[in-house]
Design a protein around this ligand. Structure first.
Ligand SMILES: Cc1ncc(COP(=O)(O)O)c(C=O)c1O
Length: 381
């Protein structure tokens, strides 16, 4: 036997794996993990097949295929009026997870503090810990998960190296307004703090609202690494292709790490995505597509005993269950799988400390028949 010291002693199997397994064992409808149960557009799939046949089967350039970086740059400029130079300010990554990991690996040194807004997507904290950093959680407040900006401000210390934000937000389905972004910009102005802006759900925003990218705010953009995912946008989470956009100085450092970690990403997919991305209709209607699902799902469960505030973005809907039971969310989630055959994610797993609120997260990126069956179950509880 060899003796090892774990670098992540507190990390076990992720909740998504555990819940997924339990859901399979109990033959439950699975609205836990965030992925669609339908395929990408056939047009995109045809472009992928074409790319395989067109000599794109060797390494892509380290930064990503130039045609894809150009298409990304045009998309960002069209939407947020900010130019990122495709030659020096964009890198194609193996999903947003790698963009996030590489951003943290590039900038976080032992004892650096990173402000993480909780509940938080699960990959931030372990990456911070791996590089000796310290996560400083700042909670979203109330049952509407609003940021208290004075709490946020008081969490900043001379050791704060980075802030991680995520809008639209997983798991709460809230989005940040222009006011939030301006407040953040004002608080960070004059500091040396880097902003990691996780914008993987940028195209899934509802009710006519707009996504507030860090790219839109000059003082934020200058300190931001924006991490994005084609998996979320094109119903292809299994492809694991995303990107990072940042000013040249930050991107140069990012690429130093990227080139010795991933080096380059699946080439044929990049070629296909570059072609597909040229047409805005392939992503500007995504909010409408998911809004219909959200509305149908909420309408179907409006008479249930769950309380709900419609999600503002992402493909997640939180349901509050305090009228049903006092059980902790992890216990109630297990209950739902075993007794009612419906899987969701308890929100407490997105928080480091004690978490007493009573919310479960349901993914509505599913075909209508699956959502209807889930609604039937939720109405029966
Ligand atoms: C908030 C958030 N960030 C990042 C990711 C990871 O994206 P990808 O699958 O492209 O690695 C996810 C995926 O669920 C997510 O919800």
């Amino acid at each position: 036997m060899i003796d090892i010291t774990s670098k992540l002693p507190h990390v076990g199997t992720t909740i998504f794996t555990t819940i997924g397994q339990l859901a399979r064992e109990h033959n439950a409808i699975n609205l836990s993990q965030g992925f669609p149960n339908f395929d990408p557009d056939p047009e995109l799939l045809a472009l992928v097949s074409k790319a395989y046949k067109k000599e794109h089967n060797q390494y892509a350039p380290m930064q990503g295929a130039l045609s894809l970086r150009e298409a990304i740059s045009e998309k960002i400029e069209r939407l947020y009026s900010k130019h990122y130079n495709p030659e020096s300010e964009i890198t194609v990554t193996a999903g947003a997870t790698q963009a996030i990991f590489t951003t943290i690996a590039t900038f976080i040194q032992p004892k650096d503090e990173v402000i993480v807004i909780e509940p938080a997507f699960d990959c931030y904290e372990p990456a911070i810990a791996l590089f000796g950093g310290k996560s400083v959680p700042v909670p979203l407040e109330g049952n509407d998960f609003k940021m208290n900006w004075s709490t946020f401000k008081s969490a900043i210390t001379p050791k704060t190296k980075m802030v991680i934000i995520n809008t639209p937000h997983n798991p709460t389905g809230t989005i940040w307004s222009e006011r939030d972004m301006l407040r953040l910009q004002e608080i960070l102005r004059g500091t040396n703090i880097i902003l990691l802006s996780d914008e993987v759900y940028e195209h899934i925003v509802f009710d006519g609202k707009l996504h507030e990218s860090a790219a839109k705010y000059p003082d934020l953009a200058a300190r931001s690494l924006i991490c994005a995912s084609f998996g979320k946008t094109f119903h292809a989470t299994g492809w694991k292709v995303g990107y990072c956009a940042a000013p040249k100085l930050l991107m140069q450092e990012f690429q130093k790490v990227h080139q010795f970690n991933v080096f380059s990403v699946h080439h044929p997919l990049q070629i296909a995505l570059a072609e597909y991305l040229k047409y805005p209709q392939h992503y500007v209607n995504l909010g409408g597509f998911y809004q219909e699902k959200r509305d149908a799902f909420l309408d179907a469960i409006k008479d249930s005993r769950f309380k709900m505030v419609p999600s503002e973005g992402t493909y997640f809907q939180l349901l509050e269950y305090s009228d049903i039971t006092n059980e902790k969310d992890t216990v109630f989630a297990e209950h739902l799988i075993k007794e009612y055959k419906l899987a969701s994610i308890p929100v407490s797993v997105f928080c480091k400390g004690d978490y007493e609120k009573k919310f479960l997260r349901f993914c509505f990126a599913k075909t209508n028949n699956v959502l209807d069956k889930a609604a039937e179950i939720l109405n029966s509880i």
